[in-house]
Structure formats: C-alpha cells, structure tokens
Design a protein around this ligand. Structure first.
Ligand SMILES: Cc1ncc(COP(=O)(O)O)c(C=O)c1O
Length: 413
C-alpha cells in the first residue's frame, strides 16, 4: 500500500478493491467472532444506517441554523432516549460523538456546577466504583479533577456505603454504571441516587452500554432495575446510540435533569475575530451522518425492533450462561443483568485459555480483576454461541492437558 499521496488521483474502482482487500484482513465480526467493538443486529438495520448516514454525510451538526434537518432529528433522538431513561419533559440533552464525549461533558458540567454552587472547592473530586469505565478518568484528567475509585461489593456492584465513606468536602460527583463494561452488572442506582441527594452531589449514570436496549430487556420479563431519572438523585446520564441502539458509530446522547444543568456543559469563547463561539459539545464539527443514522435506525427499528434485538441477545446470553455452567470449573462472575457476561476458569491459567481461544479465531475480551474473559453478546452471536462453547471447552482442555501452545497473540478489549 502506498504511503505517500499519489501525484495523480487513482480510480475509485481500483481503490475500492484495495480497501475491500484490506477489510478482508479484519476480524470476521459478521460471523460473531468479536467480543466487543461492533454492534450489528441484522443486515437490513446496517443498510438503513448506511443510507441515512450517506444522505447527510456532508452536513455539519455544528451549524444547526443552516441545517434545521439535523436539529429536528437530533431533538427526536434525544427525546426518544430521554423517554427510555425514564425522563420527564424537563430532561434535556444533546447528541455527542460517543460515550467518552458524553461522559466528558457530564463531568465538565458537574465541575462547572460545583464551581458555581460550592466555590470553596479547589480540587473537585469524583467518587466512583472500581468498575467505572476509564472515560471518567480521562475526563477528570483533562478537567483538573480527581477520581477516587472505591472497591465494589461482593456482588461486583458499586458499594454505596463504601462510596459514602469516601465522600469528602471536595467531592462533587458520584458515578454509577448501567451496566459496567467488564462484568455487565448494573449498579444500585437507587442507592447512589439517595446518597447523592442526601449529600447534595451530582450523580452521573453511565448507561452507555445499556441505555437504549436495557428497557426492552426489562419488557421481556428480565429483572432489570430502574437506572434513570425516575430516581430523583440522578443528575445526568449517558446512553450510546452507537452501542445498544445499533446505529452508526459517532452517536451518543448525554442527558441532564433539566436545561439549567445542561448549560454547565457549554463552552463559550468570544476573544477571536469571529465573535462568539459557543457549543454544548466537546467537538466543533459534528457529522450530520451520525445524527441521521441514529434517527433512521431508531425509527426503523421502533419498539418492536428493539424487542426483537433484546430477545435475540438475551436468548443467546441465556444459552451461553447455561453452556458455561456445563464446562467443569467455569463460572460466571457476578450476576450479569444484560447481555454482557464475563466468566472465570478454575484450575486453568486464564491467559493461556485466552491465547487458545484467539488461536481458534475468537477475539477475546480479557478481564484482569477478577481474572476472566468477557463477551458482549449481540444478535450476530446467537448462531455461533455453541461453536464458541465447543472451542472454549477444547481450549480449557488443552491448557489443563498441557497441550496448549505457549505462544500467540492475546486479543485486547
Ligand atoms: C460502560 C461504558 N462507558 C463508556 C464507554 C465509552 O464509550 P465510547 O467508546 O463510545 O467512547 C464504554 C465503551 O465501551 C463503556 O462500555
């Protein structure tokens, strides 16, 4: 592949063929070989996202006055997500490029809210469970804040009493997940919300993974606890439409209890030739395609579509958990509430098992603490769950029997 710009442009068919060949080296996610990264339900959903994205690929969400189309679609997506997050009409929010940006904006809003309401605080702190996604540390790092990570309880969920004990006069924000990435367990948001309300703290709920689909899992009869604005202590919530909303990448929603809290995520600058530059997002230019694809996919799927996706993912999850239980020494960590599962293996080195699975063509999500392997189950995994379990059993047998290869790649998260 040429690394320098060609002096003369190359024909698209040639480039296309080259790029498809490159793609051929990637992991076969259509065959369900991935443990994370890709949220694919069915080809028709992907096609809708692709066409909608292409329709608005050139438009820019930074210029909502020139593109009222994007404003209307963004507002519709935000309202749909707010309803899923048990929010009333006062809840307001906006779309962002992904979970990390949504969490960054909620954290920035919490910091600026604290500056306005608690001016004595010098180094604003966030108290979070050990299971919180690193995006909160990234945000705190950029925002001059500190994160205190507190061990989770025996059930691997946030331990509200331990969080309460870690709160100091500098604390401005508490953090909970619905669910946490690694083990797929939903924190007791009710307990965290009560603590936040009692201490006058901001509570952010990271529902990046569960925010869109978890309510449909609940409607199928699974015991999914409420994790949104029905708890009065919840101040902000992030939900990624490019994860369990199955839209194109570059689409998340950050929601705030009301417009006043949302305003704290704004950045305004006036000291340059063009005058006032003011955005609620971290990014300036925003891809119109991501907004359009989110709007199209959510409407294309509708409630019945998301129920079908939830059904497929949970059926696969249930079969997976049952299959794991049938392999001696394998156990699920915690009690996963949704479609993300992690398991451990007794009497076998987990790194060696991971290596064996990778050798058999699976991208494996490692978990360090507790030691395990993670799988984010989506509908595309449903047909391959049994094959995964067969390979897992063979991998464990190879490790226990001493026939495993000592070398090989370990796929990262
Ligand atoms: C719970 C959780 N929060 C936040 C994020 C960050 O989202 P993104 O990668 O879209 O920035 C992830 C990503 O996997 C996540 O699992």
């Amino acid at each position: 592949m040429s690394a320098s710009m060609p002096s003369q442009g190359r024909p698209w068919p040639e480039l296309r063929a080259e790029m498809l060949a490159l793609k051929g080296r990637d992991l076969d996610w259509r065959g369900g070989r991935h443990a994370a990264y890709v949220w694919h339900a069915w080809d028709d959903v992907e096609e809708v996202a692709r066409e909608a994205y292409a329709l608005f690929m050139t438009e820019n969400g930074l210029g909502m006055r020139v593109f009222p189309s994007l404003q209307e679609m963004e507002s519709a997506v935000v309202q749909m997500v707010a309803a899923l997050a048990e929010g009333g009409p006062e809840v307001s929010g906006h779309m962002t490029s992904g979970g990390t940006e949504s969490i960054f904006l909620a954290t920035k809003a919490a910091r600026d809210w604290a500056r306005a309401t608690h001016p004595a605080i010098t180094t604003p702190e966030i108290v979070a469970p050990f299971s919180a996604h690193p995006a909160v540390n990234k945000a705190a790092h950029l925002l001059g804040m500190r994160v205190l990570r507190v061990p989770t309880g025996e059930d691997f969920r946030a331990d509200a009493a331990a969080l309460a004990a870690a709160v100091s006069p500098e604390t401005v924000m508490l953090y909970g997940s619905a669910p946490a990435y690694s083990l797929g367990v939903i924190d007791d948001i009710g307990a965290l919300a009560r603590l936040a309300a009692e201490r006058g703290l901001w509570l952010h709920v990271d529902a990046c993974v569960g925010g869109i689909l978890a309510p449909f899992v609940r409607r199928l009869g699974y015991p999914v606890p409420a994790f949104g604005f029905s708890h009065p202590g919840v101040t902000s919530l992030s939900a990624d439409v490019h994860k369990s909303g199955f839209a194109a990448k570059g689409a998340s929603v950050v929601l705030f209890r009301d417009a006043a809290h949302q305003e704290f995520s704004r950045y305004t600058f006036t000291g340059w030739p063009t005058g006032s530059y003011s955005t609620l997002t971290f990014t300036g230019t925003r891809p119109g395609g991501a907004i359009a694809a989110a709007y199209a996919v959510m409407n294309y799927l509708g409630e019945d579509g998301y129920l079908r996706i939830a059904g497929a993912a949970m059926r696969a999850r249930d079969r997976f958990i049952a299959g794991l239980a049938a392999i001696p020494g394998v156990h699920v960590w915690g009690e996963p509430d949704l479609w993300a599962v992690a398991y451990g293996v007794r009497d076998a080195d987990i790194t060696a098992v991971t290596r064996e699975m990778v050798r058999r063509g699976w991208a494996v999500g490692p978990v360090k603490e507790p030691p395990g392997i993670h799988l984010m189950i989506t509908p595309v995994h449903e047909p391959v769950i049994d094959a995964y379990l067969v390979d897992l059993r063979a991998s464990i047998d190879a490790v226990r029997g001493g026939t495993a290869t000592a070398e090989g790649r370990q796929a990262a998260y």
